[in-house]
Design a protein around this ligand. Structure first.
Ligand SMILES: Cc1cc2nc3c(=O)[nH]c(=O)nc-3n(C[C@H](O)[C@H](O)[C@H](O)COP(=O)(O)OP(=O)(O)OC[C@H]3O[C@@H](n4cnc5c(N)ncnc54)[C@H](O)[C@@H]3O)c2cc1C
Length: 406
């Protein structure tokens, strides 16, 4: 450990330099709040045009089953009004280079050409855009919103003409600024890995075979169906839903790790289906149920014993749409050792979650960084928040003791 008296000029200078955080989800927000509470200045860089990360795409959160957004909203507001924190939305770190004193970070900001606060999601710009530059913000975003891909846009202005709320300004240019920063925290969270390279899951072959994030958005109370459980194909009520664990995870062909949050969120999603429509048969196909600890284990017991979710130990080998409607799931129940094919109306694929690497700065002179939340390893909301706090403490102690390069 380096004593305070023996600090190098770089270490001493970084005492006063702001901390750079990449990613404004649970982990990045918590790290930012804790650093600000400790009197540190923070630059938080968020790629999208809002804070909150993937939690904004969730309906309820386990283990409390409370609204996902409400507690986060308080933290977002605290961060936004803290004078020590500067939030850079629609931004990413273009380069980061260690210098003698701290690091120089170039931040590139691309203000959205469609102002989110004015957009009413009518889709008129989407319909009017000949080169296809207007794109939905994402499958999970509700109410729908749109963005303009700067590279595809030919600036013809037809979208501007049809926008009823004057939300579009094609002249908004990207901006760059260089910041002098000290410690760096990476909190870029996770993304879904594409399941199409694993054809046995049938992803993309039927609208009712969806990923867990798609299902979460589809069935959310604030979502397109107001919480009703309906099929995407035709909108009718499903009689049966299969939740397939470890889809793409613990699989050397795609993601050689356990995605950690999926057993719990499959139990959550299936329990909520049963609460809203007890007649729907929900079946979770699991490899081994990873619900560790007191509350999580109790949650899994409640799902099975009270909500009536069925658990089958076995990883399906084939999921395929049936010609007459419905989806076939072929599996071996490894407890009874029976092989079966069952028909389901909907299939939810759980497990294809990949820690986001964030930006690669590509420079040999890049400073060391502390990773937290899903960017560090698969982690749920509570774990991401703890890790955000831990990363903040690490940043402070590194400033005091000098960067740890071990
Ligand atoms: C279907 C599903 C249901 C879930 N349900 C629950 C639940 O009920 N309870 C629970 O505890 N957990 C749940 N989780 C897990 C939860 O979503 C994560 O734990 C949480 O989102 C992790 O927070 P994070 O801050 O690490 O990452 P994220 O939420 O992914 O946030 C990362 C942020 O970084 C930004 N970013 C990405 N790349 C860059 C970049 N290069 N530059 C700048 N910014 C960048 C992103 O835009 C995002 O805002 C669920 C996950 C899934 C998939």
């Amino acid at each position: 450990m380096t004593s305070v008296l023996s600090r190098t000029p770089r270490q001493a200078a970084s005492d006063t330099l702001p901390v750079l955080i990449e990613g404004g989800g649970t982990a990045g927000i918590t790290a930012g709040l804790d650093l600000a509470a400790a009197g540190r200045r923070v630059h938080l860089i968020e790629r999208s045009n809002h804070l909150g990360g993937q939690v904004l795409n969730l309906d309820k959160i386990y283990p409390t089953d409370h609204c996902a957004f409400c507690p986060l909203w308080t933290d977002i507001r605290r961060l936004q009004i803290d004078s020590r924190v500067t939030v850079h939305l629609s931004s990413h770190i273009e380069s980061l280079e260690a210098t003698g004193e701290g690091s120089l970070a170039t931040i590139r900001t691309e203000p959205p050409l469609i102002a989110p606060e004015r957009c009413i999601g009518c889709g008129a710009c989407f319909d009017a855009c000949a080169p296809g530059a207007v794109k939905p913000l994402g499958e999970h975003v509700y109410p729908p919103s749109f963005r303009i891909d700067r590279d595809l846009c030919n600036r013809c202005g037809s979208c501007v003409g049809v926008c009823p709320s004057a939300a579009i300004d094609l002249a908004r240019d990207e901006e760059r600024e260089t910041l002098k920063v000290g410690q760096v925290i990476r909190a870029a969270g996770f993304i879904e890995a594409d399941l199409k390279p694993l054809p046995e899951f049938g992803y993309g072959l039927h609208p009712d075979i969806m990923t867990s994030l798609e299902f979460e958005a589809w069935t959310a109370e604030a979502g397109p169906n107001n919480g009703r459980i309906v099929r995407k194909s035709g909108g009718g009520r499903p009689a049966t839903i299969a939740f397939v664990q470890c889809s793409g995870a613990r699989d050397d062909r795609l993601l050689p790790w356990c995605s950690a949050v999926c057993c719990m969120h499959a139990l959550k999603q299936s329990s909520w289906v049963k609460r809203r429509d007890p007649g729907i048969d929900c079946c979770i196909f699991y490899t081994d149920l990873r619900t560790v600890g007191r509350d999580y284990y109790a949650y899994s017991r409640r799902a099975e014993d009270r909500a009536g979710v069925r658990l089958v130990r076995g990883r399906p080998g084939l999921i395929h749409p049936l010609p007459g409607g419905g989806i076939a799931v072929k599996f071996e129940d490894t407890l009874t050792q029976k092989r079966e094919i069952r028909r389901f109306d909907m299939v939810v694929l759980n497990g294809n979650l990949r820690p986001s690497v964030g930006d690669r700065y590509g420079s040999g002179a890049e400073p060391p960084a502390e990773a937290c939340g899903f960017a560090a390893e698969p982690a749920d909301v509570a774990q991401s928040a703890w890790q955000g706090s831990a990363a903040a403490m690490m940043a402070i102690s590194r400033d005091k003791e000098g960067p740890c390069r071990a």
